[in-house]
Design a protein around this ligand. Structure first.
Ligand code: ZN
Ligand code: ZN
Length: 83
């Protein structure tokens, strides 16, 4: 998921932090929906669950195991040998 945090460590202006227009406020960052760690996240679609590389790999492995032999052959271009 995308979260936001305040990373302002004091704006360099006489009035201090410029508030809502401060570029260092509401800085977006992403968190894995499974393990909750801050990381680059991946998703099958915009609305779907967002996972870090580690969790997505487990997810993909699980998906892969559900594929049929034919699906896997199609993926790699594996062909039955004609005799
Ligand atoms: Zn600021
Ligand atoms: Zn994760």
């Amino acid at each position: 998921m995308i979260k936001h945090r305040d990373e302002c460590i004091g704006c360099h202006s006489e009035i201090g932090c410029v508030g809502s227009t401060c570029l260092h406020r509401n800085v977006p960052y992403t968190v894995c929906d499974h393990c909750g760690e801050e990381a680059v996240v991946y998703s099958f679609s915009e609305e779907d669950v967002q996972l870090c590389e580690k969790c997505m790999e487990l997810e993909l492995d699980a998906e892969w195991k559900q594929l049929s032999f034919n699906d896997k052959c199609n993926y790699f271009g594996v062909k039955e040998i004609d005799i």
